[in-house]
Design a protein around this ligand. Structure first.
Ligand code: WTA
Length: 652
């Protein structure tokens, strides 16, 4: 386990408790009675079936759950369409003219799409995709900024049964090409540019560089996001391959209906980092996924008809899939979406938007909260945040100080905070307070959502108070496999214990049996809430011809949670210098994207290895954290560590 016991003990001494605020109860939350837990436990299949019944189905399922570990099927034989449930079904009643998406671009341009507008655009774009030859089951890559077309493209794929693979716009052309190739996507949807901190992100030119190496791509669809705003945007359109979104939308005649999909048909692939150099394509299907994202959005965010809901995640991550697009739209909510960064044009941008749009439910990441804390409370205090009634966090453990700040400064001490634990693989929230019921404590995600069963186990699979988090019963939105790599699916998630899911996190139970999530126990880093595999960064480093060997570890970072420290051995005859260090950092950015930029590069003649040649990462971590270095007796050459430590301290 990589977690520090002493830090953990401090956490667990956290004595502050926050009962459900009176003001929140006065708003008549969806759930205000803890009996929901017992009810769900008494028959969890019937409980999930009840949720599925809140969705529209073309054909009812014959069986709720078919569990043949680790193969799972939910709502077997059922037929539905995700786009129908997120869009079409809201057209019948009072939601027809309700705002589905309220969007503001970084330069301040605004668009509001009602459910009716959204339906028209999605149905048309689905037709565009069809006419370009996209069929049910085909993969479509989406590489877009946070603009309404991102949601439109996802929903249009769902409408015709195409499988989307959204790639975060911060990823490099190489990363994009790898993901396109792994999924063999036929089409990629991008924009000429995205707006970020006053600058332009050259998405189309990244795509141009990627598709040179992606034989499966037949069409590139380009949304004009720079045109009319940024004068000098000039993207070369390659005849026969590239087409403007607005031209296609103008020329297509009408929309297409929703394709009835099997509950187990694929909805999307989303790549996420693991412990090897190659990201894995997490596969989500239709019925179970939508059921759980619908249920958790409704209960955890307590969404009501009049809410103005804002989840700050990018659609490139799972949080953007489940809690910007599918969960809230399935609930018929009004979703606010923002294109830009929180600190542009100034550091009160998000609070200004909360005030302007009267945001009521706000969901963000601890990393952002820590940055806001550092920027000072004067900024949020300049804005009227009194419409906020519920706050959420996700992506990494939240330290109690950040939780308290969020509670006091943003929540005005009247908003419950839902600290939600889940993963790309789980598809939806798994461990979380239910805001009308759960007494919260700063730093704990509290207890499994009704119907979810989690435990803490040791290596032998015995229940313990501190050890590995384990999910001990199937849940509807679980990943079904790793795209074209069933073996990796079995190995990564199902080989640690028998028929129990291993998420890769450490955790501990407190005296109330609340879960404290302690971070990854594998070689996956969590940098500013983004998952990055150490091996991915190492492969990018050794890809530079000057590098002989590299070992990457995480080091604590005040804002980002973790930062990347890379220990690098250069080839014979190559001298280390600041210049080489910054070139190597740039190379990692080039290979993966800016999120993977190492914060520190430490050159070393040798890496600490065991006699069998295995790099001792634990020691590197100790060095990177400036801790006393642990046991070195198994090292081939204990001197290496002493030298490395001296060197590291010199650099700091
Ligand atoms: C971490 C993001 C503590 C955890 C939805 C998990 C958290 C990984 C929390 C998944 C939380 C997420 N408290 N840790 N509330 N939420 N994590 O796939 O290590 O990007 O395994 O999914 O983030 O990251 P992913």
């Amino acid at each position: 386990m990589s977690t520090e016991p002493s830090a953990l003990d401090d956490l667990l001494q956290e004595g502050r408790r926050f009962p459900v605020p009176e003001a929140f109860l006065e708003g008549a939350p969806h759930v205000s009675d803890a009996s929901v837990y017992a009810e769900a436990e008494s028959d969890f299949e019937a409980y999930w079936e009840g949720w599925a019944e809140e969705l529209d189905w073309y054909e009812r399922w014959d069986q709720v759950l078919d569990w043949q570990p680790p193969r799972v099927k939910w709502f077997v034989g059922g037929k539905l369409n995700v786009c129908h449930n997120c869009v079409d079904r809201h057209l019948k009643g009072s939601r027809r003219n309700k705002a589905a998406l309220i969007w503001e671009g970084e330069p301040g341009d605004v668009r509001v799409l009602t459910y009716h507008d959204l339906h028209r655009l999605v149905a048309k774009f689905a037709n565009v995709l069809k006419q370009l030859g996209v069929e049910k089951g085909d993969r479509v890559a989406i590489y877009l900024p946070m603009i309404p077309e991102a949601a439109i493209a996802m929903l249009a794929c769902a409408r015709i049964g195409a499988v989307h693979s959204v790639v975060f716009g911060g990823f490099s052309p190489d990363s994009l090409a790898d993901r396109i190739n792994d999924a063999e996507a036929k089409v990629v949807i991008t924009a000429d540019v995205g707006h970020r901190r006053g600058g332009l992100v050259p998405l189309k030119s990244n795509v141009d560089r990627a598709v040179v190496n992606t034989p499966s791509i037949e069409h590139v669809i380009v949304v004009a996001r720079g045109a009319g705003i940024a004068e000098d945007v000039d993207v070369g359109m390659q005849a026969g391959r590239d087409q403007w979104y607005h031209d296609l939308m103008r020329d297509v005649r009408g929309g297409v209906p929703c394709e009835p999909m099997d509950a187990e048909d694929l909805l999307y692939i989303l790549y996420t980092s693991g412990t090897t150099g190659k990201p894995k394509g997490v596969v989500h299907t239709t019925g179970g996924y939508l059921t759980q994202v619908y249920a958790t959005t409704k209960w955890v965010f307590d969404l009501k008809e009049e809410d103005r809901y804002w989840c700050t995640a990018d659609v490139g991550w799972v949080t953007g899939h489940s809690y910007v697009v599918y969960g809230p739209l399935a609930n018929g909510a009004t979703v606010f979406m923002y294109e830009g960064a929180p600190d542009w044009p100034d550091r009160s941008r998000l609070w200004q938007l909360c005030e302007k749009y009267g945001i009521t439910v706000f969901y963000t990441a601890p990393t952002a909260i820590r940055a806001f804390m550092r920027w000072g409370e004067a900024l949020p205090k300049q804005h009227n945040l009194s419409d906020l009634r519920l706050l959420g966090t996700v992506g990494e453990p939240i330290n109690p100080e950040a939780w308290m700040w969020y509670h006091r400064v943003i929540g005005g001490e009247r908003c419950p905070i839902v600290d939600t634990w889940w993963q790309t693989e789980t598809g939806a929230i798994m461990i979380t307070p239910v805001p009308g019921v759960t007494e919260t404590k700063p730093g704990t995600a509290t207890r499994p959502f009704p119907g979810i069963q989690a435990q803490i186990l040791n290596d032998d699979g015995d229940e313990v108070r501190a050890g590995y988090l384990a999910i001990t019963r199937p849940w509807p939105s679980m990943l079904r496999t790793v795209w074209r790599d069933e073996e990796r699916y079995r190995q990564t998630y199902w080989s640690k214990w028998k028929d129990v899911y291993f998420p890769g996190d450490g955790a501990k139970l407190d005296e109330d049996d609340h879960f404290w999530i302690l971070g990854r126990v594998d070689d996956v880093l969590n940098v500013a809430g983004h998952r990055i595999g150490t091996m991915e960064v190492e492969s990018a480093l050794v890809d530079d011809k000057r590098v002989a060997e590299a070992a990457v570890v995480g080091k604590s970072h005040e804002i980002k949670g973790q930062a990347i420290a890379a220990f690098v051995t250069l080839k014979e005859g190559i001298d280390s210098s600041d210049q080489v260090a910054s070139e190597l950092k740039a190379h990692v950015v080039e290979k993966i994207g800016a999120i993977a930029r190492p914060e520190a590069i430490i050159f070393t003649a040798d890496l600490p290895k065991t006699r069998s040649g295995k790099i001792m990462r634990r020691l590197l971590k100790d060095i990177a954290e400036g801790r006393a270095v642990g046991d070195t007796t198994t090292l081939a050459d204990p001197e290496v560590v002493r030298k490395l430590k001296d060197r590291y301290e010199d650099e700091e």
